[in-house]
Design a protein around this ligand. Structure first.
Ligand code: FAD
Length: 387
């Protein structure tokens, strides 16, 4: 699989790029695998700045399947990466509160895809989560298994180490463009003027992915949008607390002794962010605090202790990942646009891209619904469950 002389260049070395490199080797790719990373500190990568949670509750059933593979990997992390591997996977459900009762069909589809999601009505909610106010809530959906949170940084480091042991080469550099000849990608040009030849180029550059292929006239609908995460302390115990999504859009989950929480800004206050990593404290003062105190009365006396901001790589076309080959340049692959789900999707996506390169098709899970061609054909595959 993959001749000795063949080379894959992966643009971006965080979670998606590294899982792709790792699975190429695991699947027996014999040639060279080169990962080009702009900033090997990964400080501004979305992976390092994420909330590192995983769910199976999606509107598109393929997203559920993609995440089930990751949940299984996280549960059995030592069998993948060795006895030292500990990503602190806490398998606790997402509790998504709803203000419409119209969820039965969606939950059935999730469970048919392999998830284990229950619908809880207000009486069940109060029995199970006595601290909750059910005002304005018609029901909640709760993942009994396969959901939770983990340490994304440690996961990324484990995958990178494993990939390096398997012979993947990590290079520091900024890919300025993808080079082509006769409709094929031939490699990449770096901003220092150097070139790398490649038989396949994989774009896994997160929120900056669109820049990589811009000079080819490809307008990838992926933009960086700022999301702020706040650490809080409260008298409310966080043991047995789920990853809670409120009807207001506020989310909160345990972290250490306290909690982390956030909310998406209103669309009119959500510009492309690029170099802006300044936490948006107004979101906390004007929205989150009030929303949390309404939902969990014990949160009235909460205290914000820290905050950070990172970038979602938002696919403005339909909020789903863009995975697979360009429709004309067949050896140019995309693995980006996950719109806030990329850590939980990275294992299945990396495996899928590796399968495409090694065998010409998906083998374990069909990721074609995420293909690039839906963009040129203008057929969005909308994911409604975006937080
Ligand atoms: C606040 C926040 C909370 C989130 N919460 C979750 C969550 O709970 N669960 C979840 O699954 N996901 C979550 N996400 C989304 C998740 O972090 C991303 O989807 C995921 O990290 C994407 O991984 P990636 O490897 O594609 O991108 P990144 O981690 O951003 O990595 C891309 C890499 O490419 C490099 N790069 C960029 N351009 C170039 C270039 N031209 N040349 C070379 N290298 C380049 C960058 O330096 C970077 O290291 C969250 C994101 C944020 C910001």
């Amino acid at each position: 699989m993959g001749k000795d002389s063949e080379t894959v260049v992966i643009v971006g070395g965080a979670i998606v790029g590294s899982f792709t490199a790792y699975f190429l080797r695991k699947q027996g790719f014999q040639g060279q695998v080169k990962v080009v990373e702009l900033d090997p500190s990964y400080q501004r990568s979305s992976t390092a700045l994420s909330a590192a949670a995983i769910r199976t509750q999606f509107g598109c059933d393929f997203n559920t399947r993609i995440c089930l593979f990751a949940a299984d990997m996280f549960r059995n992390i030592k069998s993948w990466f060795g006895p030292q591997a500990d990503i602190g996977f806490k398998e606790h459900g997402y509790l998504i509160l709803r203000d419409s009762a119209d969820v039965k069909q969606m939950v059935e589809a999730q469970n048919a895809a392999g998830a284990d999601v229950s619908i809880l009505y207000p009486d069940d909610l109060v029995k199970r989560f006595p601290w909750i106010s059910t005002e304005g809530v018609t029901c909640g959906t709760f993942g009994n298994r396969h959901e939770g949170w983990f340490d994304a940084w440690t996961l990324m480091r484990e995958v990178q180490s494993a990939a390096k042991i398997l012979g993947v080469e990590y290079l520091q550099g900024e890919v300025a463009s993808v080079t082509t000849r006769n409709g094929n990608a031939t490699g990449v040009s770096l901003s220092d003027g150097s070139q790398l030849q490649a038989d396949w180029v994989v774009v896994a550059a997160g929120a900056l992915s669109a820049r990589v292929t811009r000079s080819l006239g490809i307008s990838l609908p992926v933009v960086p949008r700022k999301r702020t995460v706040f650490n809080i302390q409260t008298p409310q115990s966080n043991s047995a607390f789920p990853m809670l999504f409120d009807t207001s859009g506020t989310w909160i989950r345990p972290e250490g002794e306290g909690f982390i929480c956030g909310i998406a800004p209103d669309p009119e206050n959500d510009p492309d962010a690029y170099d802006d990593f300044e936490p948006d404290y107004d979101l906390f003062e004007e929205k989150i605090w009030m929303n949390l105190a309404k939902r969990v009365p014990a949160f009235e006396s909460l205290r914000m202790t820290a905050a950070w901001a990172g970038h979602y790589e938002i696919n403005t076309f339909d909020h789903n990942g863009i995975v697979g080959p360009h429709d004309e340049i067949k050896n140019l692959m995309f693995a980006t646009g996950f719109s806030g789900h990329g850590v939980m999707q990275a294992p299945a996506v990396g495996r899928g891209i590796a399968e495409l390169i090694c065998t010409g098709d998906y083998q374990s899970l069909d990721l074609k619904p995420l293909g690039y061609d839906r963009i040129t054909k203008n057929i969005p595959v909308i994911e409604n469950s975006v937080y």
